[in-house]
Ligand binder design. Structure first.
Ligand SMILES: NC(=O)C1=CN([C@@H]2O[C@H](COP(=O)(O)OP(=O)(O)OC[C@H]3O[C@@H](n4cnc5c(N)ncnc54)[C@H](OP(=O)(O)O)[C@@H]3O)[C@@H](O)[C@H]2O)C=CC1
Ligand SMILES: CC(C)CCC[C@@H](C)[C@H]1CC[C@H]2C3=CC=C4C[C@@H](O)CC[C@]4(C)[C@H]3CC[C@]12C
Length: 424
């Protein structure tokens, strides 16, 4: 009786039943609505939800291409151990995959730009197809556990099937020899973000002529996405890869939300030209490139710092390289008490999340060409802002406090601000 009361307390019912169900419905419906919001020439047809032969061929070709690249003989690397101690295997080669795919797309579009227009006009059906593929994958993951997770972390609170569907039930499921999270997120999600942006730009050019504002919007995102492929190893150490299970949030998010929401501005500009002058486009381009570069520098500083620490550990010589960080202790997944450092120099001494600050500035830069159309092109910034603030307050800081304890508190007193010194 007491167990039942705890299980069905208001908080649990909200957390495990109501919120995931509403979010699921809201996001899935929004993903379709965005296609109509961006292109007023489209009209809603129920059968679009099931796709058409064009959309199925296109989506299956994209998936097969990504699968092929995860089977080419690139090096396998072990990801960092997640809190449960598992070290998943990932396939490298992201940089080459990005360059070959983008070059191929540009070559095909140069010969047949009409193809981009066709893809643009079939976006509603393509999203219908992606929704079916993504939802089927999530059903598969929640019902037929892949079982390749010996000892892996499983959902602790299996209180609701909706919650498990939403958050996933296995940490590192594998399918046809691939890590499901690597396939769906960096390989398909990031790549669709990139190629849809280019496709919409070419479609806009073909239909309405060259648009400098649209060009800058796509160019900045291309540089940003390339950076993500260039720093592939960084991705393996992120929350999503280390701590989140493969479910609707991550897999549907990458397979549907990224191609429809992350690309929305480029999609929107096909029908809503920016009319931005070359002068302003150049200024925005310069600011955006600087912000992306600085975001890269912040991430690279941490990566280099951690590499130096690892090297020191391997050489067993504390004095070989002197990192400017404060020492902190934590318990490794195998129970061993370890020591590491938290960086307090460079950007990491200015504020704790300068990488997020520059990411947001870059986002503002590539959204600016759409400013004349009101809120539409600001949606991505608003979403990212909420995602990053939530991430810092409720995920990253909670994780770091749990992991480093008093060491983390000491670090926070030395570097008290998160995004902007003296402000937040
Ligand atoms: N476009 C998008 O949708 C999104 C993009 N991003 C981008 O992805 C990139 C990675 O983001 P994310 O992984 O969230 O965050 P970070 O790269 O900031 O990584 C956070 C982790 O770094 C470690 N850390 C924190 N402070 C220090 C320090 N002072 N010295 C050394 N290590 C430290 C901690 O992990 P530990 O100590 O355990 O290693 C912490 O959990 C960013 O550039 C971000 O802007 C992020 C989210 C969404
Ligand atoms: C269901 C949705 C409302 C939520 C979407 C969930 C995920 C698709 C996204 C959550 C975090 C996102 C990312 C984090 C960090 C990244 C590094 C950056 O360099 C490239 C983008 C990304 C991989 C980004 C991709 C989407 C998420 C995984």
């Amino acid at each position: 009786m007491a167990f039942c009361r705890a299980k069905y307390s208001i908080k649990n019912v909200l957390k495990y039943h109501v919120i995931p169900s509403i979010t699921l419905l809201f996001l899935t419906i929004s993903s379709q609505s965005l296609a109509f919001a961006g292109n007023p020439e489209l009209s809603f047809r129920v059968w679009n939800l099931f796709g058409n032969s064009f959309s199925w061929m296109f989506v299956l070709a994209l998936i097969s291409w990504a699968v092929l690249w995860l089977h080419l003989p690139f090096k396998n690397v072990k990801g960092p151990p997640s809190p449960s101690g598992i070290q998943p295997m990932y396939r490298t080669g992201g940089k080459v995959y990005f360059c070959v795919t983008v070059s191929l797309l540009l070559a095909v579009s140069a010969f047949n730009p009409q193809l981009c227009v066709e893809i643009y006009r079939n976006m509603s059906q393509i999203l219908g197809t992606l929704n079916i593929v993504a939802l089927s994958l999530c059903v598969y993951l929640v019902t037929w556990k892949t079982g390749n997770n010996a000892g892996a972390h499983k959902m602790q609170n299996q209180t609701s099937i909706v919650y498990e569907f939403f958050m996933g039930s296995e940490l590192h499921p594998r399918l046809l020899g691939m890590d499901v999270k690597q396939l769906t997120s960096p390989r398909l999600g990031n790549m669709m973000w990139q190629i849809f942006n280019i496709i919409f730009f070419i479609a806009g050019w073909k239909l309405r002529g060259f648009d400098a504002g649209h060009f800058v919007n796509v160019l900045l995102q291309t540089v940003y996405i390339y950076k993500a492929f260039y720093m592939e190893n960084y991705f393996f150490s992120m929350f999503e890869m280390m701590e989140d299970c493969a479910g609707y949030y991550l897999c549907w998010g990458s397979l549907v939300w990224m191609p429809c929401f992350y690309t929305f501005q480029s999609y929107f500009f096909v029908h809503h030209p920016t009319d931005m002058s070359t002068f302003w486009s150049t200024i925005i381009l310069a600011v955006g490139l600087l912000a992306i570069y600085l975001n890269y520098c912040v991430n690279a500083q941490k990566l280099q710092f951690r590499n130096e620490l690892n090297l020191n550990e391997k050489l067993n010589d504390e004095m070989s390289i002197k990192p400017v960080g404060i020492p902190v202790k934590y318990v490794a997944p195998n129970g061993e008490l370890k020591q590491t450092h938290l960086l307090i120099s460079g950007w990491w001494g200015v504020a704790r999340k300068m990488n997020y600050t520059f990411e947001l500035v870059a986002t503002i830069a590539w959204s600016l060409p759409g400013i004349a159309y009101g809120i539409w092109c600001g949606l991505y910034f608003a979403f990212l802002f909420m995602l990053l603030v939530y991430r810092v307050l409720y995920r990253d800081e909670v994780k770091c406090k749990r992991k480093y304890g008093r060491g983390w508190v000491k670090y926070c007193t030395k570097v008290p601000y998160r995004f902007i010194p003296y402000l937040f």
